[in-house]
Unconditional design. Structure first.
Length: 364
């Protein structure tokens, strides 16, 4: 999946991106340092996959990958082309979710584009620009559709009602993701690639010295705002995450412990992204070459999961042998699990669960 990192200039987006991917993107103290989007692939840490690999050390370990896209800082007026805004907004349309980095730290050496730290104002600026961009798309669609209404076909009448619903909602200053949508409306959301429909996380970027403080005024303000809009806030220091990224795994764990943190910001962003997109992880170990983790939407069937491995496996799906990771790990091996009767046979209607280890049978 692709996740876009957005925010105003000089809020720590590129520093956070570097920490996530170690890609070395520019992170200087001036607006529009990032013009072209930086892209970096991050492998999702999963203890279950590591343990499965230890059970099958001769096989290659293939984790889930997430591509983070560091999009240049948006500014007020971006929807009208300010600060190369149209170019930047177009880069957001292809991602599946957004991480909005919000500045909650004070630093005289790093200028704020608006002169003062105010996270709610900053969030509203970005939100307004995304709303304006969506309105432009929908109003163009509405004008095209109005010409087709003369045909009297119901599909154009239905489309017009949906377009007007979306437009009214946006003009009231509310993001499309806050709407309750039926299946048909969701299809139009996907067709138009509406920016305000994308799931979003607010990332409160705090000062290193505030990392263990339970109450930080700018963060409190952001959390209050986010709660009103059914959005999650994650608090972290991009600078600390950058320090963690420079360490090997063992040293990183010690550093995290010394900082009184439970885990890295990367893991928290990944977990929250999974929740936003309603994803689960399943595993495959069949064959001689690979132990693999894959993601699917919650509620996906066994054939759909098989299709994540290869489209031919979905087309020729016959059945799936399934065992949950916890049961397999306790048994110690696939052979022992078979002997104990823990591996069950499932058909086309089976809904794959998080942590399932699947052995797909298919014929092409």
């Amino acid at each position: 999946m692709q996740i876009g990192i957005i925010g105003l200039p000089n809020v720590g987006k590129s520093t956070f991106f570097n920490a996530l991917t170690r890609a070395g993107a520019d992170a200087e103290n001036y607006p529009f340092c990032t013009v072209d989007p930086n892209r970096g692939v991050v492998y999702v840490p999963d203890d279950r996959l590591d343990k499965l690999h230890k059970m099958n050390p001769e096989k290659k370990k293939t984790p889930v990958a997430i591509e983070f896209v560091d999009i240049a800082g948006l500014v007020e007026g971006a929807s009208r082309g300010e600060g190369l805004g149209n170019q930047f907004l177009s880069q957001i349309r292809g991602v599946e979710a957004l991480v909005h980095v919000v500045r909650c730290f004070q630093n005289k050496n790093i200028s704020h584009v608006l002169g003062k730290v105010d996270p709610v104002r900053d969030v509203e600026i970005i939100k307004t620009e995304l709303i304006m961009a969506d309105l432009e798309v929908l109003e163009k669609q509405s004008k095209k559709n109005e010409r087709m209404l003369k045909s009297g076909e119901k599909k154009y009448q239905e489309k017009q009602k949906i377009l007007e619903k979306f437009i009214d909602h946006l003009e009231a200053g509310t993001a499309i993701r806050e709407l309750s949508l039926n299946d048909r409306e969701k299809e139009y959301v996907n067709e138009f690639q509406l920016l305000t429909a994308k799931p979003i996380i607010y990332l409160a970027n705090i000062d290193e010295e505030d990392i263990n403080r339970s109450s930080i005024e700018p963060v409190r303000a952001l959390e209050t705002y986010a709660a009103e809009h059914q959005t999650q806030v994650l608090k972290l220091s991009a600078r600390i995450e950058a320090d963690i990224a420079e360490l090997d795994e063992e040293s990183a764990e010690l550093f995290i412990e010394e900082m009184n943190l439970t885990e890295s910001g990367l893991k928290r962003v990944i977990k929250t992204s999974y929740e936003l997109l309603d994803l689960i992880t399943f595993f495959t170990t069949a064959g001689k070459k690979e132990v693999r983790a894959s993601t699917i939407k919650r509620g996906a069937s066994a054939p759909e999961a098989a299709g994540k491995i290869h489209s031919d496996m979905q087309k020729g799906f016959i059945k799936a042998e399934v065992i949950n990771f916890d049961q397999l790990y306790e048994a110690g091996s696939v052979n022992r699990a078979r002997e104990e009767g823990l591996i069950r046979m499932e058909g086309k209607d089976y809904i794959v669960q998080d942590g399932d280890v699947c052995f797909f049978k298919f014929n092409i």
